[in-house]
Unconditional design. Sequence first.
Length: 368
Amino acid sequence: MERKDDTYDKLVERYLRGEATEEEAKLVNSYFNQLAEGQADFGKPKDIVQRKNRVWRHIAPPSLRPVRLIRNRFRAFAAVAAAAVIAGVWLFYFSVPREKEVSTIVTREDIAPGGLGATLTMADGRQQILDTTKDGVIIGTALTYEDGSPVLGKDAMLGTGAEQLTASTGRGQVYSFTLPDGTKVWLNADSKLSFPSRFGDKERKVRLEGEGFFVVKHDDSKHFFVESKGQVVEDLGTSFNIQSYPEDLAQRTTLVEGAAKVNETLLRPGQQALHQAHKPIRVVEADIDQVLAWQQGNFVFRGETLEEVFRTVARWYDVEVLFKREETKYITVGGTVSRSRSIRAVLDLMERTGKVKCEIQGKQVTVQ
């Protein structure tokens, strides 16, 4: 008949090889807890030393393994008890049985970054999911990807009239579009751009919701206008960025080069217009590197609150963010992280403040 000691030894060995069932893992954890607390008799000290050494060879790195036997029986038993506690702690942090471990496992979860992707909606409501392996779409007499391949089919052509088209990116998506006049637009995550398949003779007008970077092909005879949430940006030979999400308190229009007007306010390169509803437009000097960081593939934070930061992060990683404490929203942070990194890299940056901990569970990030 198999001895009780042998049974426990085999259980431990199975556990260390990763072969234990959930029930066996619970037994092993209970075994070490009882041994450490002196609540169970698992043999004489000599037997325990031998068993401890067998387990210790699996757990400890070579530099920590004992190099000689402890001869004094009292010291031997004390050492075994300490080793059992260490083993019990090791088992506690690398096994699942206890409820407290759930939160540890949650923090190890991760979420991949967003990438290329968008949807093009036709005037009749038809939707075309755009190829995520292509760099962008060109709107001409036909719809083609930048490599020349067709979007709608080999011989598909747009009508001779001006059809209203809508390009939209979801959360975790970015894409670029070349408009019928040659203007190039990059859409950030969770954004929408409406435009005609052909511009009229007098003006070119598009509508933006979300964030987009425009490099406008200037035409003195046909000015280019971008409408967004109660404001109009007029191109005067320009590249500019507009951030105008529905939840943003202020729209931010940043002029990179050329000239532009926001309503009637003229901007010079390097300036940003802040426009809040029912308030006059305020012009400030812009941090161009930060404004265009998303278009260059980075997050750049310079003193934003966690509430502002996580609003941006949520769009790119398509997550919901829950703040456990209201005051946490107003902690400010700074740093740069590549948008190609997983969300854990961004959360690590937040945690370096020493004021918050971030846990991931599914598609929810909890900040506490």
